[in-house]
Design a binder for this molecule. Structure first.
Ligand SMILES: *[C@@H]1O[C@H](CO)[C@@H](O)[C@H](O)[C@H]1NC(C)=O
Ligand SMILES: *[C@@H]1O[C@H](CO)[C@@H](O)[C@H](O)[C@H]1NC(C)=O
Ligand SMILES: *[C@@H]1O[C@H](CO)[C@@H](O)[C@H](O)[C@H]1NC(C)=O
Length: 290
């Protein structure tokens, strides 16, 4: 290649990267085998993280609207996993949704306090090279400034796009940075990413996992998405998972035969809502028995 062609080539690449928001890079599901697509009423609504063969961690704001049976707005709740593109993976129905009791659906200031939920599956998922659980972090482990992070998700590539039926999994690398762009004083249980145009989460990425790029351990889930998705106005806000271990553990211990815990927090058992089953894909796992 001549020097001249090389230069043009380089310039084009730089322009392309600058112009794309939340494009990051395409990812393979085998890099993030814990990545889940949460499906409410038949379509992808949020991401999630497979923490046991029967439990998924996600953001409370993803399921908060469906907790009240009186609303009658939930007719199908499932997860999909194991595929690099949406609508190509295995589906498993959800049996229970629980959200943190101190979750507040307040968008001002920008982030939502205690934005964490645990979703229970009716059947244990079958593990494979593309379907794996990820361990919870140790209780109260800090996520220091400048920690390198990898964020993955099936969400939009920019704030005006529509989610394609077969939206691919994408990833981007970032670092823990200050949350100064957000007006709040209660930031102990969240962390933010760098303001870097084009590298950010977007709609549909909420609930997805954030891993430490060096240790590959789970550190956060996507909670708040910056204005206009990666426009460099606001950072993304991630829930610090290590600060929610007691809630998560108590939810993992939930026993339907002994449902005292049920009354202690907003939760809904959703076995009964399956009058539309979301299980028409070729890889449907609806009937799988453990
Ligand atoms: C984070 O990185 C920046 C830029 O390299 C540096 O100025 C700052 O001191 C670092 N902060 C910490 C807490 O390591
Ligand atoms: C957003 O993505 C859509 C779909 O790819 C594209 O047509 C549109 O130009 C993008 N908009 C911006 C502001 O980048
Ligand atoms: C934060 O507060 C300042 C001063 O009250 C205000 O000017 C600014 O617009 C606020 N920013 C956000 C993101 O709400």
């Amino acid at each position: 290649m001549s020097k001249f062609v090389e230069c043009i080539f380089f310039a084009l690449i730089v322009i392309a990267v600058e112009a794309i928001r939340n494009n990051g890079e395409l990812a393979e599901i085998s890099e993030f085998p814990f990545q889940v697509s949460l499906r409410i009423n038949g379509g992808h609504s949020c991401g999630g993280v497979l923490i046991t063969r029967k439990h998924v961690l996600t953001a409370a704001h993803c399921v908060n609207d469906y907790i009240d049976p009186a609303e009658q707005n939930l007719w199908s709740a499932s997860i999909e996993l194991g595929a690099t593109h949406l609508n190509a993976g295995l589906r498993y129905p959800i049996s229970r949704i629980s959200i943190h009791k101190d979750f507040k659906n307040e968008y001002k200031p920008m982030f939502l306090p205690n934005d964490v939920a645990v979703v229970h599956l009716r059947h244990s998922v079958k593990l494979s090279p593309t379907i794996q659980t990820i361990a919870l972090p140790r209780m109260m482990t800090e996520v220091p400034m400048n920690t390198s992070l990898i964020v993955s998700g099936y969400g939009l590539i920019n704030h005006t796009a529509y989610l394609p039926w077969d939206s691919p999994l994408r990833k981007f690398e970032t670092k823990v940075a200050g949350c100064e762009a957000i007006n709040t004083t209660t930031l102990w249980n969240v962390f933010c990413d760098e303001l870097r145009v084009g590298y950010a989460a977007c709609n549909g990425d909420s609930g997805s996992g954030i891993i430490d790029a060096n240790t590959k351990t789970l550190v956060g889930i996507v909670s708040g998405i910056g204005d206009e998705c990666g426009a460099g106005i606001e950072p993304d806000v991630f829930l610090k998972v290590s600060y929610y271990i007691p809630y998560i553990k108590s939810e993992l211990a939930y026993d339907p035969e002994n449902s005292k815990i049920q009354s202690e927090r907003p939760a809904r058992n959703v076995e009964e809502i399956f009058y539309i089953n979301d299980c028409y894909s070729p890889g449907c796992a609806y009937k799988s028995k453990d």
